[in-house]
Write a protein that binds this ligand. Sequence first.
Ligand code: ZN
Length: 121
Amino acid sequence: MKEQGTFQIDCINCKKPVLFSVKDLNTLHTPVSCTSCGKKYALDDDNLKRQLTLFAALCQQIQLSEEILGNASVAVDVGPHNVKIPFKLLLSRLKSTLDLKVGDTPLTVNFRVQLTDKRHS
Ligand SMILES: [Zn+2]
């Protein structure tokens, strides 16, 4: 549970994980740097910051709302049939990653948060 709310990107240089938190985004004045090779990532772009913050908020909200989401489902019409897909099932399939661009480099940001309770209740 320690890593809840931590973003992870794979260093484009050495492929090692670079971790930072939402709090870092708003307090950090220096770029996030890779602890392995020292490559710096400037995450001070306002748009980038906004998207990451929104994404973290979304993941946290899903987590907070799990109690009601557990009883909710999405109804989908498949031909003549109406199929109900439980939200829980959808969430367990949801990968908490966000594809962004840092400068000209495409970057996949992984948000390390457990979206659904893995205990089978
Ligand atoms: Zn690196």
